[in-house]
Design a protein around this ligand. Structure first.
Ligand SMILES: NC(=O)c1ccc[n+]([C@@H]2O[C@H](COP(=O)([O-])OP(=O)(O)OC[C@H]3O[C@@H](n4cnc5c(N)ncnc54)[C@H](O)[C@@H]3O)[C@@H](O)[C@H]2O)c1
Length: 256
């Protein structure tokens, strides 16, 4: 028996990285899967690998996002799980972001999450369901040069708590906040061996996270094991945001 037997799951951004890993893990746990992604060909390929369906949409476009989620729910015969995962990143000094880059980072990461919730609520309110949003440790505390991304992800955490309050008990709403995870989004940084070694050394769990590390957390939150958990932000970062640089520097002075 799977943790998600009989569930009908829609995964936005499911064509790559953590979304693809989550689609696969949810399928292994018994859920039927639909993928909504801007990348048509990759979405079709990942959907085929999990006996699922693929729908193409830019989640930052309100009408396209709603139409794709509604079509996905219709194809699945309903929707009981939504993983609002589609996201994009960027890194540069705050004053160098153009209006266009700002609009994209907020539009995909934050507005895209809102569009997903708005489409899902009418589909889940009667039958019940669960939404998992994708935030980031950058939303818990900002990462230098990721100003708009960090602000968008902080917004996702806030939106998660609001939606949890508004839609309980019918719909549970939680989010995950990963640290640095190995996916196409981070391939540039992690492809550099010395940088990767530095990341491993700075992570209490002594390694970079995998897409499956996050997928497992999402499956947990979407499953009956988490039936009394709503409004929670589950950090999945190998402990990377715990170290306190000032205290650690003092302790090192004392050889500790
Ligand atoms: N990789 C990390 O270190 C990390 C850390 C924290 C949070 N996250 C979050 O995880 C989520 C997935 O990231 P990933 O690392 O798997 O990246 P990824 O680039 O491998 O996958 C992102 C997916 O989202 C899709 N997508 C992008 N823009 C879209 C849009 N406008 N509409 C629909 N689909 C769109 C892409 O086509 C792709 O399939 C994102 O929300 C990201 O912010 C990632």
């Amino acid at each position: 028996m799977g943790l998600l037997d009989g569930q009908r799951a829609v995964v936005t951004g499911g064509a790559s990285g953590i979304g693809a890993a989550t689609a696969r893990r949810m399928h292994e746990e018994g859920a039927s899967i639909a993928i909504v992604d801007i990348d048509d060909a990759a979405g079709v390929a990942i959907a085929a690998s999990v006996d699922g369906r693929a729908f193409t949409a830019d989640v930052s476009d309100p009408d396209a996002c709603a139409a794709a989620i509604n079509a996905a729910a219709e194809a699945l015969g309903g929707m009981s799980i939504l993983f609002n995962n589609a996201g994009v990143g960027a890194a540069r000094p705050l004053h160098e972001y153009s209006d266009r880059a700002w609009a994209k980072l907020i539009g995909v990461n934050l507005a895209g999450t809102f569009h997903g919730i708005r489409a899902a609520v009418p589909l889940m309110r009667e039958s019940g369901g669960c939404i998992v949003n994708h935030a980031s440790v950058s939303g818990v505390r900002p990462t230098r040069f990721e100003g708009p991304y960090s602000a968008a992800k902080a917004g996702v955490i806030s939106l998660t708590m609001d939606a949890a309050l508004e839609y309980a008990p019918a719909i549970r709403v939680n989010c995950v906040s990963p640290g640095l995870i190995e996916t196409p989004l981070t391939a540039g940084v992690l492809g550099d061996e010395s940088l990767r070694a530095a990341v491993d050394a700075a992570t209490p769990m002594a390694r970079v996270g995998s897409a499956d590390d996050v997928a497992n957390a999402v499956v947990f939150l979407a499953s009956p094991l988490a039936s009394y958990i709503t409004g929670h932000n589950l950090v999945v970062d190998g402990g990377s945001y715990l170290p306190n640089a000032q205290a650690d520097a003092i302790l090192r002075q004392f050889g500790m």
